[in-house]
Design a protein around this ligand. Structure first.
Ligand SMILES: Nc1nc2c(c(=O)[nH]1)N[C@H]1C(S)=C(S)[C@@H](COP(=O)(O)OP(=O)(O)OC[C@H]3O[C@@H](n4cnc5c(=O)[nH]c(N)nc54)[C@H](O)[C@@H]3O)O[C@H]1N2
Ligand SMILES: Nc1nc2c(c(=O)[nH]1)N[C@H]1C(S)=C(S)[C@@H](COP(=O)(O)OP(=O)(O)OC[C@H]3O[C@@H](n4cnc5c(=O)[nH]c(N)nc54)[C@H](O)[C@@H]3O)O[C@H]1N2
Ligand code: SF4
Ligand SMILES: [Mo]
Length: 743
């Protein structure tokens, strides 16, 4: 007998609603949920393989604890005892900063990852926090922090209503979109074209997204900030700046014009390897469009001028009056956002409140660069102690961060390491304790992160589709117990962690004059929360205090967990709406167009006008049926075109004597890899491309399928020294490499 259950897909940022077919406790099928308020039945091949991902026999079933050097099966109690025994002495002897925390990408795809890591980091009081954000979108957080005063105020292109989309360094036809949550991104781009809209793609590769575009510009990697600066220059020079409704909310226009004076299209064009006339046309078309949005992703962030490029994206949206209006780029309002406060000056955004110990990198958003993790472990300095213990939650930095070999050695030298991870992989193999979360079918789902980045305001929650298998522990309980073990309160009831958060949140809310529960009794409010467990009560709390919430009775029609459970396909909260000036938290209360740290970084961009790479440069690529480092163990998702090969243009291949299919040696600052070449004009001359997340050939892992087709680790070509200075983000694209044929 089979049954069906609803489950939001956690496998990428599109958050599609799925209908799972379940036989016994096994997921045997997945299709798109046609009644889902947001995804309306869309599914991609990865989502369709949900059952295979979920049921991978290599997923760990219970905790592992290292004894006599070997990871062995253990009980949960033994595992948490070992965590407490491993972490506490390090904290007590060397202080909290000696405990590092590494948070990986899947934390933004789980309920537990949304709720507990902030509690863990806060309770540990460690400044040694490293996350996947600094190999990803940290430049966008920093530019939003500086422009709007809030690192989380990220404008999202209004895909469904825009008439003109300039899409830079993103390939949503493979990635399904990022910092722009839109189930069926491909369909939404086709709809844009069908309603007469215009799509321009800027990418050194002729991607599937580029092939869909009206115009594709194969820019030289790493030069988008120059292109965007020259476009902004053109808007000023040709008197095309039109702030429209934004005029009262913006400051620094004159200063911005002066700061961009040198970035003429003629000056930028040779560096970008584009025509100056084309740059002007892009600017004019953007200004002329009835509605338009500039949107940029990985290719614009993971480069030397990532923060400047991210800033310029929003600058262009502002200069053309497209920020915060339908069809432009707007700030979503998620159901779990805090109650919006009245507009007015805020505390602003600060960078560099502390610095990393070894290379003195400034913190950004409380984080240090993931690129610096290895040196923070393996390098002693006069002041401070190295990281000696590590807590890794959903993170595989040995493959995702620069110079995996060095990190691999550094992890092996730690006094103690715990990984919360379903797999024994390149990173978790170094742990002393591995705590495996249950598979997605046995976990609840809500998108705390992606609802704040979605092209439509909506809210959905799904309970576990399958009950927890015997011997399993929910990831929320694993993380709550980890908080207790790390803070020396192990043995306490993990529900105490949720109770503490609820008490603190309500305590603040009742004192806040703008809160719907101002002046009420926090104990009475806590008693009114519904939900089967701590995480559900916390979700109920956030919903009820949020912008659409019932305010614990203040707005009886408002959202509660109960109401959400009554709408299993989700609740649509409408299209994105203009919100300015409310989201602004800058000290001036305005959009600060030319923040000081940005102005300070412009001379570096000016120097880039004259820089040209001498040889080949490397860029990445993503494949539809993959996801970073952790999906190569599922046979249904590997093979075909999802292979770890070096894309190289026929001209470069001819010059270097590279034959299609033959192995080549690729060398970079951090090391060399040998990989088959794939000769293709899908990549521009002077550029080669390798996907990331491969290199599954290290011993001591339990990835039987991936180990058979391991691929190579592209990040071994990097030495970790190349960073975007303002954000600490790793430079992963536009990196110089040498390619040599093997005889
Ligand atoms: N060269 C190059 N490098 C890159 C990139 C690139 O474009 N080029 N992209 C970068 C980007 S954007 C990112 S986000 C990072 C990602 O970097 P990471 O976050 O380090 O890598 P992932 O492969 O996403 O997954 C991390 C771990 O999460 C585990 N995991 C999966 N599901 C769960 C779960 O439900 N719970 C828990 N606790 N763990 C789970 C997986 O087994 C895996 O070990 O990689 C970056 N690295
Ligand atoms: N199938 C699949 N989906 C995924 C993932 C995955 O691994 N596989 N990962 C998820 C994650 S963690 C993220 S962050 C998102 C990322 O989502 P996207 O940003 O859409 O990811 P990519 O497909 O890497 O697209 C980046 C594009 O930038 C181009 N590029 C490289 N350098 C430059 C440059 O200097 N300038 C310009 N203009 N372009 C450049 C590359 O050729 C590439 O086509 O995808 C998510 N979705
Ligand atoms: S697009 Fe993303 S969220 Fe949707 S089914 Fe595919 S992997 Fe899942
Ligand atoms: Mo990412």
């Amino acid at each position: 007998m089979s049954r069906t259950a609803l489950r939001i897909c956690p496998l990428c940022e599109a958050t599609c609603g799925l209908t799972l077919t379940i036989e016994g406790t096994r997921v045997t099928g997945a299709r798109g949920d046609r009644d889902d308020v947001f995804s309306k039945g869309f599914i991609c091949p990865k989502g369709a393989a949900f059952g295979a991902v979920d049921g991978d026999p290599d997923r760990l079933r219970g905790p592992l604890v290292r004894r006599d050097g070997i990871l062995r099966e253990a009980t949960w109690e033994e595992a948490f005892d070992a965590v407490a025994a491993g972490l506490r002495p390090v904290v007590e002897r060397y202080g909290p900063d000696a405990v590092g925390v590494v948070l990986g990408n899947p934390n933004v795809h789980t309920v537990a990852g949304g709720l507990y890591p902030p509690v863990l980091v806060g309770a540990l009081r460690t400044r040694s926090l490293f996350t996947a954000s600094t190999v990803d979108q940290m430049p966008k957080h920093v530019s939003s922090g500086l422009l709007f005063g809030d690192a989380h105020a990220i404008p999202v292109p209004d895909l469904d209503r825009t008439g003109h989309l300039l899409l830079i360094g993103a390939n949503p036809l493979e990635s399904n979109g990022s910092l722009c949550t839109a189930p069926d991104f491909p369909g939404r781009l086709k709809a844009l074209k069908a309603r007469g809209g215009r799509l321009t793609v800027v990418d050194p590769r002729r991607t599937r997204t580029a092939r869909l575009a009206d115009r594709h510009l194969a820019i030289r990697p790493g030069t988008d900030a120059l292109l965007l600066a020259a476009m902004a220059h053109t808007l000023f020079a040709e008197d095309l700046v039109d702030l429209k409704h934004l005029a009262p909310h913006v400051q620094g226009l004159g200063e911005l014009r002066d700061a961009l004076a040198d970035f003429t299209p003629e000056a930028a064009a040779p560096a970008c390897d584009l025509d100056a006339a084309v740059i002007r046309t892009l600017a004019r078309d953007l200004a002329a469009a009835d509605t338009a949005a500039v949107y940029a992703r990985i290719g614009s962030c993971t480069v030397p001028h990532g923060t400047l490029a991210s800033w310029l994206v929003d600058v262009l949206n502002i200069l053309t009056g497209n920020l915060d209006r339908p069809g432009g780029a707007l700030f979503p309002q998620a159901a779990t956002d805090r109650t919006p406060r009245p507009a007015g000056p805020g505390r602003g955004f600060q960078l560099g409140r502390w610095h990393s110990r070894v290379s003195k990198h400034p913190e950004a958003k409380g984080e240090l660069p993931l690129s610096a993790l290895a040196e923070e472990i393996d390098t002693a300095t006069d002041e401070g102690t190295p990281v000696r213990a590590l807590i890794a939650v959903a993170a595989n930095p040995v493959l995702s961060a620069p110079d995996g070999d060095r990190l691999d050695k550094a992890l092996a030298s730690l006094d103690f390491m715990v990984s919360v991870d379903p797999y024994l992989n390149e990173t978790s193999r170094h742990a002393h304790v591995v705590l495996p979360p249950p598979p997605p079918s046995q976990s609840p789902h809500h998108d705390f992160a992606f609802n704040t980045l979605a092209v439509r305001n909506q809210v959905r929650y799904t309970r576990p589709a399958v009950p927890l298998e015997p011997g399993r522990m929910a990831e929320s309980e694993i993380l709550a117990r980890l908080v207790l073990a790390a803070t020396g309160t192990d043995g306490a009831d993990p529900a105490a962690v949720d109770a503490m958060v609820i008490e603190q949140t309500l305590g603040k809310a009742v004192r806040d004059a703008h809160s719907p529960v101002h002046g009420r009794d926090p104990h009475d409010l806590a008693a009114r929360l519904t939900g089967d467990n701590g995480p559900e009560r916390r979700l109920d709390l956030m919903l009820r205090l949020g912008p659409y919430g019932d305010g614990f009775g203040a707005r009886p029609d408002g959202l509660t967990l109960r109401k959400l459970l009554d709408h299993p396909h989700g609740i649509d909260l409408g299209p994105l709406r203009p919100r300015l000036p409310q989201p602004l938290k800058t000290r001036s209360g305005k959009v600060e167009l030319l923040p000081e740290p940005i102005a300070g970084d412009l001379p570096r961009l000016r120097r880039a006008l004259d820089e040209r790479p001498e040889g080949l440069v490397l860029v990445g690529r993503r494949h539809l049926r993959s996801n970073n480092s952790w999906m190569h163990n599922v046979p249904a998702l590997t093979g075909g075109s999802n292979r770890c090969t070096l894309h190289i243009h026929p001209e470069d291949a001819g010059r270097l004597g590279v034959r299609d299919g033959a192995d080549v040696r690729v060398k970079g600052a951090g090391g060399a890899v040998v990989v088959p070449a794939e000769v293709t004009d899908g990549v521009r001359p002077g550029v080669v491309s390798l996907p990331h997340g491969w290199g599954h050939d290290r011993p001591g892992t339990r990835l039987s399928h991936a180990a058979g087709v391991p691929g190579v680790n592209v990040n071994q070509l990097l030495d970790g020294s190349l960073l975007d200075p303002l954000s600490g983000n790793a430079v992963l694209n536009g990196v110089p490499v040498e390619v040599v044929t093997l005889l």
